[in-house]
Design a protein around this ligand. Structure first.
Ligand code: NAI
Length: 331
């Protein structure tokens, strides 16, 4: 029996996890979840954001499906997401944005995959108070981490028959740090002559993604730009409720929706579980359950195509449960 560690998270986390558990149960796979409460609520109840038993489970199972966790702002508190990515060196954050049937946005046929470097850049959390009115934040870019994410993007493009990899940077201003990232991109791209390679300064990349999204196929970038551009990409396909992700390291893999714990709609049972369900599909592919992943994707597409049952974030009035039931009916 394959075991997967499941973090139920905060806010809408437990609500969207229920949807995933029902869908997985309906497929009768040889797969079992080891569930854990993690995050702010767990801290308030038991004094630890992630209980030791949950870490032990990750290290046994090597696979985590994770619902969003609330990060209190500005309380000297380090994001648990960042901590998990660092602890298990989950360096490749992969975020595929694909247009879904019948989801109204001004954009059609979006199909881009963002590779976000996940372990360094400004996210190393090194901030220094110089004086009362001056704070320095350190941005770290290394050859090692840049090389592995850029290579991962090209290898993905090769394996998935993608035509182009675009590098996003700000090397015109950050000449040394982003300059290093871009120069490594240019070096590695020469090893893949069959794949087109180009690069965009990050501000231009944002404009081009909105004006000419068809220009983008696979994209690779340092951590901060990846964080921002993936929310932008989610806007192209109908919002955060639809964007899944994988966080891959050499040994451990974590799958999660790109969105946060959505405190504004928590406990209203109207959250869109699609992003976590699509993250589950990527997880299933990771463990070679390709057919199950395809079934879930087809069921989601069918429900959206019919357009009768949809959650409020994409113009409907259905609850998470009603949407999940519609998916179950199509499985
Ligand atoms: P958010 O992604 O939680 O919400 C932004 C907006 O999108 C809200 O209006 C929300 O209602 C909507 N939204 C998000 N997911 C949705 C879904 N599945 N269905 C329907 N609507 C959805 O971002 P926000 O408000 O900036 O962050 C809230 C908390 O989540 C913060 O504590 C933040 O640190 C944390 N967070 C955690 C992440 C993670 O665990 N991976 C990622 C991003 C944020």
């Amino acid at each position: 029996m394959r075991k997967v560690t499941l973090f139920k998270g905060d806010g809408i986390g437990p609500e969207i996890c229920e949807a995933v558990k029902k869908v997985i149960a309906a497929l009768s796979l040889d797969l079992e979840f080891e569930e854990f409460d993690v995050g702010e609520n767990e801290y308030l109840r038991h004094g630890a954001f992630i209980p030791q038993a949950a870490f032990d489970s990750i290290e046994r199972n090597k696979i985590i499906l994770k619902a969003p966790i609330t990060t209190p702002i500005g309380k000297g508190f380090r994001s648990l997401n960042v901590q998990l990515r660092e602890k298990y060196d989950l360096y490749a954050n992969i975020r595929p944005a694909r247009s879904l049937p019948n989801i109204q946005t001004p954009f059609e046929n979006i199909d881009m995959v963002i590779f976000r470097e996940n372990t360094e850049d400004l996210y190393v959390g090194k901030e220094e108070k110089i004086d009362e009115d001056t704070i320095h934040a350190t941005k770290i870019i290394t050859r090692k981490c840049s090389t592995r994410i850029i290579r991962a993007a090209f290898e993905y493009a090769k394996a998935h028959d993608r035509k182009k990899v675009s590098c996003v940077h700000k090397a015109n201003i950050l000449k040394m740090s982003d300059g290093l990232f871009l120069s490594i991109f240019n070096e590695i791209s020469k090893e893949y002559p069959e794949i087109e390679a180009d690069s965009y300064i990050v501000d231009n990349a944002c404009m081009q993604m909105v004006m000419h999204p068809e220009k983008f196929d696979v994209m690779v970038m340092p951590n901060l730009y990846g964080d921002i551009l993936s929310d932008l990409a989610s806007g192209l396909i109908g919002g955060l409720g639809f964007l899944p992700s994988a966080n891959l390291g050499e040994e451990i893999a974590m799958f999660e929706a790109v969105h946060g714990s959505a405190p504004d709609i928590a406990h209203k049972y109207i959250a869109n579980p699609t992003a976590l369900l699509l993250s589950t599909c990527i997880m299933l592919e990771h463990i070679e359950e390709y057919e199950a992943a395809e079934k879930i994707r087809r069921a989601i597409d069918a429900v959206l195509k019919e357009g009768k049952v949809r959650t409020p974030d994409c113009g409907g009035t259905s609850t998470t449960q009603e949407y999940t039931d519609a998916i179950l009916a199509h499985l």
